[in-house]
Design a protein around this ligand. Structure first.
Ligand SMILES: C[S@@+](CC[C@H](N)C(=O)[O-])C[C@H]1O[C@@H](n2cnc3c(N)ncnc32)[C@H](O)[C@@H]1O
Length: 824
């Protein structure tokens, strides 16, 4: 059990272990030989191979696989080797003479091209002892190799990097032309093993036995290789290959206290194989962090991974703190006063602190304000949406009016307390709202109010100027024309209205009240102008219409009409209003549809002038078309163009982004006719506020084209029938093709017969050809048909019958009937 654990700890079950299992190799060592052979290819041409220390036979399996068939492979090991295909195995100690004789027996007169050695003596005594035993075993293997290797043969051996490594390399170089040390991938990095590939066995006639005597060679080498001059090779090359001495060569250990106290603790970890618990470090053993895992890790540092090292390093940190605590138990308490600094603060510092606190508070207040503002905005947006979704009727809720107030432009009346409403401000909820504003904001309102006053004054002046000009023109006309009573009356009314206007201009309270009333009405109208209320409105209007049928004209407040125009901006559906209707309205000349197209631009000025006239005349009324007309028009079904426009607009509703864009575009801050707007602004707004539909000519054309395509499609049943017909035809053709193929493949038929048969099959399939109907002329009795002069076939019922019976008779008798000649 313990051994198994050790194996797992060293991570022995690596990829080569699994690969060996998968590929049926008896040991993972097989891959070492595979890799060595891949590099040097010593097995490819070898006819005989001697594998020393071969159990359990992994290398033998590889040799058998890579060497040519029927080559000789002999494996020797202390342990018996299970039979490997085409291999001879010997169980013996390679250091003995008996083994030598056994090998000789197995090889007979043969010499081997390759001698392999992967021997590992029983380890576990001490590192130095193990290394020596390994070197000794290698030398024994070399001895056998020199005996059984053919000239130019290969000797591949495992060597442990240790003090005797260089001695071995020295000997190899004496006996082989080329010696190379290599470490195949399959050999673990943590292992001190290395493979030496010696190629080109020199096969000297006489080899000094001392060269292969371990005790002598290793001793002599340590004392100085120059003394060993067995082969009188004076130029002994110094081998620079292999691993440096000192690195992974010797088993090194250090004390745990060294690791903890050293400033180069990482170097201590990397340079040693083990950390030992000395007297000094025993204090750490009591610490709860010194787990058995940590202790195990210290036993073999070379097998540790990154995670283990990080654990050890963490442990070291804790131990240092622990040590400091042990050495100076009051260290923690001494630190406390430094943390809680009770030194009195200077005035400056206190000031700074206060400033910071104030700043923080201010920021919080600002944040709160912003949040409230945002909330109110959201509320308003929500309300607008609710109105849009017809979930809410403006003016119904008290809450809503408060919100609207908060976001409407504050008229001067509210601020200056000039009108009745303004006086109420002092005790109303508006007052509370007003108090929310800071001094700066109040100053801003004062400025705004002043500016508004100025603008209103200028605008009134402008109106007076226009009024005067108009009056002069009227005067001129009246001089040239014969003034009738009606005109006179109108003028008088105009004058009266002008006077009234003037009065109103002076009386802001009156004006504002009137405007407000108009605005409320406008808002109501705007709401009920939506399509949803169309029928209701029409019904009502219808009723009115009945009352006013005789007059043929109805008079509506001017603002209502204007806001009806505005309402087109808030509802997209109004854009689909009938083109026909527009035409009718235009022809009517009394009412114009809301400015839905650019064509109306030219007419706008004229219209505006009329509006101004109305304002000047104090009418505030405008002629509108008959309600009857509107009703009739609205009853008409939508024509093609409107359908197309609706469809095109509908496309914008499909995507969230375009839908919301369109939705947003229909709103502006004046959509609901904010109260207390300056007159000049509302006038201007009415003139320019036009619905902006995102439709383009291309889009409309595209939809039109699409509808055309849909219209041109056949009805479903016909299309299905056609498809069925086509399907049947294709099936039939497929069948014929199969038959034709079988005909083509038929070896018993001649080409001509094949062609004829295929032609017959395809005959009648071409539906494009019209059938030539045979014209049969049946002459009645002796009469000739048609009386034509050309050849024709006479068909006589009796003759036909006779001919048929004659044919049958002839057939039975085996006579070929001649064709009857046509009668002329
Ligand atoms: C690492 S194993 C060899 C694995 C082998 N190359 C393979 O691929 O299966 C080392 C072998 O050397 C053998 N060995 C050690 N000392 C030996 C000796 N003096 N004579 C023969 N075999 C020996 C051990 O019995 C062991 O089976």
């Amino acid at each position: 059990m313990g051994q198994k654990k050790k194996k797992l700890a060293k991570g022995r079950l690596d990829k080569f272990y699994y690969l060996a299992k998968e590929q049926g190799y008896r040991s993972r060592a097989a891959f070492k030989l595979i890799q060595l052979n891949k590099k040097y290819n010593f097995l490819g041409n070898a006819k005989a191979c001697l594998d020393l220390c071969a159990a359990p036979g992994g290398w033998m399996q590889v040799a058998s696989k890579y060497m040519p068939v029927q080559s000789l492979i002999v494996g020797v090991d202390l342990d018996p080797i299970r039979q490997v295909r085409n291999c001879i195995s010997i169980a013996d100690d390679i250091t003995t003479q008996h083994c030598r004789a056994e090998i000789r027996k197995a090889l007979k007169t043969w010499k081997v091209d390759v001698c392999l050695h992967d021997g590992a003596p029983n380890m576990g005594t001490s590192w130095v002892q193990d290394a020596y035993q390994q070197a000794e075993l290698t030398l024994h293997a070399l001895k056998l190799a020199t005996e059984f290797l053919t000239t130019g043969g290969w000797f591949v051996t495992k060597v442990f990097r240790g003090p005797d490594y260089n001695s071995l390399i020295y000997i190899f170089n004496k006996l082989f032309k080329k010696v190379e040390s290599t470490k195949p991938q399959a050999s673990r990095n943590v292992s001190a093993e290395i493979f030496v590939v010696c190629q080109g066995f020199i096969n000297p006639k006489k080899i000094d036995p001392k060269l292969l005597d371990p005790k002598y060679v290793f001793k002599e080498i340590q004392e100085g290789p120059k003394k060993v001059d067995i082969l009188s090779d004076k130029k002994a090359k110094r081998n620079r290959q292999g691993y440096e001495d000192g690195v992974n060569v010797l088993f090194k250990k250090a004390f745990v206290s060294d690791f903890i106290n050293s400033t180069e603790h990482l170097r201590v970890l990397s340079a040693n194989n083990q950390l030992e618990w000395d007297e000094q470090s025993k204090i750490y053993l009591e610490h709860p962090e010194t787990t058995t895992e940590i202790k195990e890790c210290f036993k073999d540092l070379k097998v540790l991974g990154k995670f283990d090292f990080s654990k050890i390093i963490k442990w070291r940190k804790e131990m240092i703190q622990y040590k400091e605590k042990l050495e100076n138990p009051n260290a923690g308490d001494e630190l406390k006063p430094e943390v809680e600094d009770d030194t009195p603060k200077t005035l400056e510092e206190m000031d700074r602190e206060l400033d910071e606190q104030i700043k923080q508070l201010m920021e919080n207040v600002e944040k709160k304000k912003r949040k409230e503002k945002k909330k109110a905005n959201e509320k308003k947006r929500d309300l607008q949406k609710r109105i849009e979704l017809q979930m809410h009727i403006p003016g119904d809720s008290i809450q809503e009016s408060a919100d609207v107030d908060l976001f409407t432009v504050r008229g001067k009346n509210q601020i200056l307390n000039l009108d009745a409403e303004a006086t109420i401000l002092t005790d109303s909820e508006d007052d509370e709202n007003y108090e929310e504003y800071s001094d700066d904001e109040e100053a801003n309102f004062d400025k705004d109010e002043f500016m508004e006053q100025q603008i209103d004054k200028q605008y009134n002046d402008y109106l007076v100027r226009i009024k005067n000009r108009r009056a002069k023109e009227v005067e001129k006309v009246s001089k040239n024309k014969v003034a009738n009573d009606e005109d006179m009356e109108d003028d008088n009314q105009d004058d009266q209205q002008m006077e009234d206007d003037d009065d109103e201009g002076d009386n802001e309270i009156y004006k504002s009240g009137k405007r407000k009333a108009a605005s409320i009405e406008a808002t109501t109208n705007l709401w009920f102008d939506q399509d949803l209320f169309g029928s209701v409105q029409n019904d009502e209007e219808n009723d009115d219409d009945e009352d006013n049928q005789e007059d043929q004209k109805v008079i509506q407040p001017k603002k209502k009409l204007k806001l009806q125009n505005q309402s087109t901006t808030t509802t997209t559906t109004t854009t689909t209003s009938s083109k026909k209707n527009n035409k009718k309205e235009k022809s009517n000349g009394k009412y114009q549809t809301p400015p839905t197209s650019m064509d109306l631009d030219n007419e706008e000025d004229e219209k505006d002038e009329n509006n101004y006239d109305n304002i000047l005349n104090g009418n505030n009324f405008e002629e509108v078309p008959l309600e009857k007309d509107i009703e009739m028009e609205s009853d008409d079904s939508e024509d093609e163009d409107d359908k197309i426009k609706t469809l095109a607009l509908g496309q914008f509703l499909l995507r969230k982004k375009t839908r919301e864009e369109m939705y947003d575009n229909t709103f502006n801050r004046y959509s609901f006719a904010d109260q207390e707007l300056p007159l000049w602004f509302t006038d201007d707004e009415n003139r320019h506020n036009k619905p902006q539909t995102p439709l383009t000519k291309e889009m409309v054309n595209e939809i039109r084209q699409r509808i055309k395509e849909i219209d041109s499609r056949p009805i479903k049943k016909i299309a299905e029938a056609k498809a069925r017909k086509k399907y049947r035809a294709t099936k039939k053709m497929e069948k014929i093709r199969d038959k034709a193929n079988s005909v083509v493949d038929n070896p018993e038929m001649s080409n001509r017969e094949k062609a004829r048969a295929i032609e017959k099959m395809y005959k009648g399939q071409d539906k494009t050809k019209t059938k030539n109907k045979k014209i049969v002329v049946i002459a009645k009795k002796s009469k000739t048909a048609g009386g034509g002069s050309g050849k024709y076939k006479m068909v006589d019922k009796r003759q036909k019958k006779e001919l048929r019976s004659q044919k049958a008779k002839d057939k039975r008798a085996g006579i070929k009937t001649p064709k009857p000649k046509p009668r002329k």
